[in-house]
Design a protein around this ligand. Structure first.
Ligand code: HEC
Ligand code: HEC
Length: 330
């Protein structure tokens, strides 16, 4: 799950000609989702939007991973049950299927494993897995949908997380201007953005932010050259391993749709992309960029916004007389 620091100098192909074939580039275009089980994806979509999986009946996955806002909540840290102040910035769920593991510290190996976390987290949805299943079992249309997808075994919590994960796998954002450029459309991005991409490669951003997700594939230290000043107590992977060398090691975030997923970093301390780029260059690479250079990299990062999820808002089946009532206030 956790991979040690590996700066891929081989990828830093600075002076490369613009618009070389996509195959030679360290960033790959996002592939559109392949949906194999449409019923399962539809069920997962309903569950993702269903606030009845929370104690309050008010908080759904979409509350903190708003699919109308780049799959995040655009807050420094999230608001959970009882207005609980979350400890860490909510990462986007868009393209999260491409990540090597889930969470800033990688503590969940898969999307399915991850999905169980927030429902039972007292500071997030504040519920229990058993109560969530009780709610779903009380709703005849959910019973029918689970039966159709998972057979006759009754609704199990593993099925709930399995369906949510199947839906999340469809939350990819292909067709970004940068991907069209990679695929040969030389007019898809501006000259400034193309310069920004060259800089992103030549100064070494690409050593950590690469691949289809432009991140998500390794854990790296925040503050390689200079320590990161923050009030946030999170220590990254060290919170799991207790090892000193894992302090401030975080999963490298995807930069796909980064123009939409402000504020930035695990503490959500920076609202502007240009500030985040300046911080990265100084702290990770020991480099002070000029205003023009920051502007070029930001222009490049803006071209990573792809097609956002586009579907009919799911109509959720109504509760029945047997459905346990939510407890929003206590
Ligand atoms: C109260 C806000 C909140 C709710 C509700 C919530 N999440 Fe999250 N989610 C977060 C935060 C904050 C993190 C980062 C936590 C961490 O890394 O320690 C996160 C992390 C994730 C990640 C990992 C992304 C990555 O790049 O590592 C996924 C996937 C995810 N949530 C999906 C879900 C799903 C599915 C649900 C509903 C079952 C859900 N979340 C409900 C706030 C929330
Ligand atoms: C040594 C690896 C490494 C290098 C090099 C690096 N980054 Fe990062 N980047 C990270 C890590 C780790 C984080 C998450 C840090 C945190 O949140 O504490 C991050 C976060 C970011 C973010 C914020 C994303 C978000 O959603 O919060 C942006 C933007 C970013 N990097 C851009 C860049 C740019 C531009 C460069 C080059 C100037 C660069 N990075 C160089 C590892 C790296």
């Amino acid at each position: 799950m956790y991979r040690p620091l590996m700066l891929m100098f081989g990828l830093m192909l600075g002076g490369e000609a613009w618009g070389a074939a996509a195959a030679n580039e360290p960033i790959l275009p996002v592939q559109p989702a392949k949906i194999t089980d449409a019923d399962k994806v539809e069920l997962g979509k309903q569950l993702f939007f269903d606030p009845r999986l929370s104690k309050s009946g008010f908080i759904s996955c979409n509350s903190c991973h708003n699919l109308s806002m780049g799959g995040s909540d655009n807050l420094p840290t999230s608001i959970g049950h009882n207005w609980h102040q979350g400890p860490i910035n909510s990462p986007t769920v868009l393209n999260s299927s491409m990540s090597v593991a889930q969470f800033w510290d990688g503590r969940a190996a898969t999307l399915q494993e991850q999905a169980g976390g927030p429902i039972a987290n007292p500071g997030e949805m504040g519920f229990t897995h058993d109560l969530a299943v009780d709610v779903l079992r009380s709703i005849p249309q959910y019973q029918a949908s689970f039966k159709k997808v998972y057979g006759d075994g009754g609704i199990k919590f593993d099925d709930v997380t399995n369906a949510i994960a199947a839906f999340e796998e469809t939350l990819v954002t292909p067709n970004a201007p940068f991907d069209r450029w990679l695929l040969g459309d030389k007019k898809a991005i501006s000259a400034t953005a193309a310069q920004g991409y060259q800089l992103f490669k030549s100064i070494g951003c690409v050593a950590c932010h690469n691949g289809e997700a432009v991140g998500g594939s390794t854990f790296q230290k925040m503050g390689m050259v200079e320590p990161y000043a923050t009030q946030n107590p999170a220590q990254g992977v060290a919170g799991l391993t207790g090892k000193d060398q894992d302090r401030m090691m975080f999963k490298v975030p995807t930069l796909r749709n980064v123009a939409l997923t402000y504020p930035y970093f695990h503490d959500g301390a920076y609202w502007n992309l240009s500030e985040a780029v300046d911080v990265m260059a100084r702290l990770q690479l020991g480099r002070k960029l000029s205003t023009d250079e920051v502007g070029q990299i930001v222009a490049f990062l803006d071209t990573l916004t792809g097609d956002q999820p586009d579907f009919k808002l799911p109509a959720l089946p109504p509760s029945s007389a047997k459905t346990p009532h939510p407890t929003p206030f206590n």
